[in-house]
Design a protein around this ligand. Structure first.
Ligand code: GLV
Ligand code: MN
Ligand code: MN
Length: 447
């Protein structure tokens, strides 16, 4: 392939408008390009795919998914792979006290703020192979491509794998980035427990990733995260890239209903104080709430715990979680109020009582126009179709954006499926995304 052409989705697209003038040849290993010609980065598709397969084998499921919960043995194994890959690049690796893995590729000027790239390697239970992992591997491939090309960027570039983005095992999503920007206390984070009572800090130590670096923000010029869309819009519109305007506000609640346990046979219906019947009434109302609130609001009850959990016993304790989201934080606030009102109404009907606890919350965010423009300009330069999009899923970029300019872009998800094993993105779309990513990073880092 000659310079000035870029392989996208397996098709050769001529580059429509040139950028990145190449420096004249020198003796430092910079590729020899006649003066005046233009170079665009092209990632190594084969190497990128090989890494994707290697990483996907760690915690793989029978249905081509991933089961790699934060700080499990599988997470340790994939972190080891990531560290080994970074070591081969000769970059300086650091692990902080919450287990975030950073590595720095020097720039021409060490004293200016770096570009931060990356995502997360943990997965949902029986989740997909693209959520998070694709972003980390795209960032890794970007570093490798810069190395291949012998390009020394003006700014340093830092790559990161954030700890516990999913918040599934330890219920604080986007945890590593929250501690990094000092939104969540390190000690609170280390004291989180999973359902079996395992402490997060102990699990970090057990897998060998309780690092020694202080978790504290360093100046970042821009953070960029590539992710799968996890929704159907790009596929529907036939666009290759979604430049993310911002991310929804999210609140997680835990409701506990207290009733009275008794025999399922002799106890008449009208004397019961049934925690399950209360929860069922409340849950079906919570599910209807978004229709009454806004076009984008969503509510999900994803976990249920029942005591004593026996077929012929009326439950006296039922615990369920509620996930409420909208781009509008006021809508989320109203959804919280109405959720509580529905629980109160259900308790009144059934003679039960409740507790409602907020487990985790993140406000909506709007990404940096500068980072968004860098993505859109790069997509245009590469002749890649794009549109603006908003994210209903939470991402570490939301946290980083509270302290530093951040941005994201999406590649299409087939049928919009995600957080399950059916999650899939056509490989050509991954490659297109990786080429846009590498070039956007080069544009942000400068040369
Ligand atoms: C994380 O993936 C979330 O959106 O909950
Ligand atoms: Mn993710
Ligand atoms: Mn996810």
């Amino acid at each position: 392939m000659s310079l000035g052409e870029v392989v996208l989705m397996g098709i050769i697209h001529p580059v429509s408008r040139p950028f990145y003038p190449v420096l004249s040849n020198d003796t430092t290993g910079v590729k020899s390009v006649p003066r005046g010609e233009i170079v665009m980065l092209t990632i190594d598709e084969e190497r990128f795919q090989e890494s994707f397969e290697t990483y996907s084998a760690i915690g793989s499921t029978n249905n081509n998914g991933l089961h790699r919960l934060a700080l499990t043995d599988e997470d340790k194994h994939v972190r080891d792979q990531f560290v080994a890959d970074l070591e081969s690049l000769g970059v300086d690796i650091r692990i902080d006290q919450i287990g975030n893995i950073f590595a720095r590729r020097d720039g021409q000027n060490q004293d200016i703020a770096p570009i931060l790239i990356g995502s997360h390697l943990d997965s949902q239970p029986y989740g997909g192979r693209y959520d998070g992992q694709l972003g980390v591997l795209t960032a890794l491939e970007t570093l490798r491509t810069l190395e291949d090309e012998g390009i020394e960027t003006k700014r340093p570039i830092e790559i990161v794998n954030w700890t516990n983005e999913e918040g599934s095992r330890f219920q604080h999503a986007m945890l590593g980035s929250a501690v990094f920007i000092e939104k969540t206390d390190l000690s609170e984070a280390l004291d989180l427990t999973d359902v079996e009572g395992n402490r997060l800090g102990d699990e970090l130590t057990r897998i060998g990733y309780a690092g020694t670096d202080a978790v504290e923000p360093f100046d970042i010029h821009a953070y960029l995260e590539l992710h799968i869309e996890q929704g159907p819009i790009l596929e529907e519109h036939g666009n290759a890239i979604g430049v993310v305007d911002g991310v929804f506000g999210i609140t997680w609640l835990r409701a506990t209903i207290h009733g009275e346990t008794d025999h399922a046979g002799p106890t008449p219906m009208h004397t019961r104080r049934d925690a399950m019947a209360t929860a069922a009434d409340a849950i079906s109302e919570i599910n209807r709430l978004p229709n009454r609130l806004s076009a984008d609001a969503v509510s999900t009850v994803g976990e249920l715990r029942v005591e004593p959990d026996s077929i012929n016993v009326i439950p006296d304790v039922v615990e369920f979680t509620v996930d409420l989201r909208s781009y509008d934080d006021d809508v989320v606030a109203e959804a919280i109020e109405r959720t509580e009102a529905e629980i109160v109404a259900a308790c009144n009907r059934h003679g039960t009582t409740y507790e409602l606890e907020e487990i985790w919350k993140t406000r909506h965010t709007e990404f940096s126009p500068r980072v968004r423009d860098a993505i859109a300009d790069t997509a245009e330069s590469l002749d890649v179709t794009y549109e603006s999009i908003v994210s209903g899923a939470g991402h570490d970029a939301t946290n980083v954006n509270q302290a530093f300019p951040a941005g994201m872009f999406f590649v299409p998800s087939v049928d919009g499926k995600t957080h399950n094993e059916a999650e899939y993105t056509a490989w050509g779309d991954c490659v297109t995304g990786a080429n846009v990513y590498a070039n956007a990073i080069l544009a942000l880092a400068g040369r």
